[in-house]
Ligand binder design. Structure first.
Ligand code: SF4
Length: 190
């Protein structure tokens, strides 16, 4: 039962062209995975049946940058890999988006060494930072939805010279962590 069942078959729908374009654009985000480490496993889980990224129209992972508009960097990026990352970003179609998934991509994580990039946003514009080590699939989905909301609102920021500005949205955790350490009673009788 689709939209055509609720509308008269010979009906006419009027709308603005940019609303249709934004609707199509946000409903068909095609990610390009740049998964280099353990965060990539969570990225794979996000696309699989349990979390089902296709509910958001974003499950069509492309391994050709020219067919992708969302770069998801999942894992640490070494200095040696950086030119490849930048090359892939340049080859992607406009308008394009970047998600920095996990602590390593955003800050280098625990790999505070000369060989690891200490934050990919120094080299490619990042739209959404998804925190965690690793982030859960729900967090990544929240990051993708944040981009979809911006597209929906026709709120893509430009710098005045036709270049898009990075959104720089940080996904916030929605849970309250328990107080640590948790009290334990040894030998308690009940
Ligand atoms: S943030 Fe954690 S889980 Fe993700 S790549 Fe780094 S070490 Fe692995």
């Amino acid at each position: 039962m689709g939209l055509e069942a609720a509308l008269p078959v010979d009906g006419i729908l009027t709308t603005q062209l940019n609303r249709v374009i934004n609707w199509a654009r946000r409903s068909s985000i095609w990610p390009m995975p740049f998964a280099t480490a353990c965060c990539g496993i969570e990225l794979m889980a996000t696309a699989s049946s349990r979390f089902d990224l296709s509910r958001f129209g974003a499950e069509v992972f492309r391994f050709s940058p020219r067919q992708a508009d969302l770069l998801i960097v999942a894992g640490r990026v070494s200095v040696k890999m950086l030119p490849v990352l930048q090359h892939i970003y340049k080859q992607m179609t406009e308008p394009k988006w970047v998600i920095s998934m996990g602590a390593c991509a955003s800050t280098g994580g625990v790999f505070d060494t000369y060989a690891v990039v200490q934050g990919i946003d120094q080299y490619v514009p990042v739209d959404v930072y998804v925190p965690g080590c690793p982030p859960r699939p729900e967090m990544l989905i929240e990051g993708i939805m944040a981009i979809q909301r911006i597209i929906d609102q026709d709120n893509i920021p430009y710098d005045g010279q036709g270049r898009r500005l990075p959104l720089q949205i940080a996904v916030e955790p929605t849970h309250q962590p328990s107080v640590q350490p948790i009290d334990v009673s040894i030998g308690a009788t009940g």
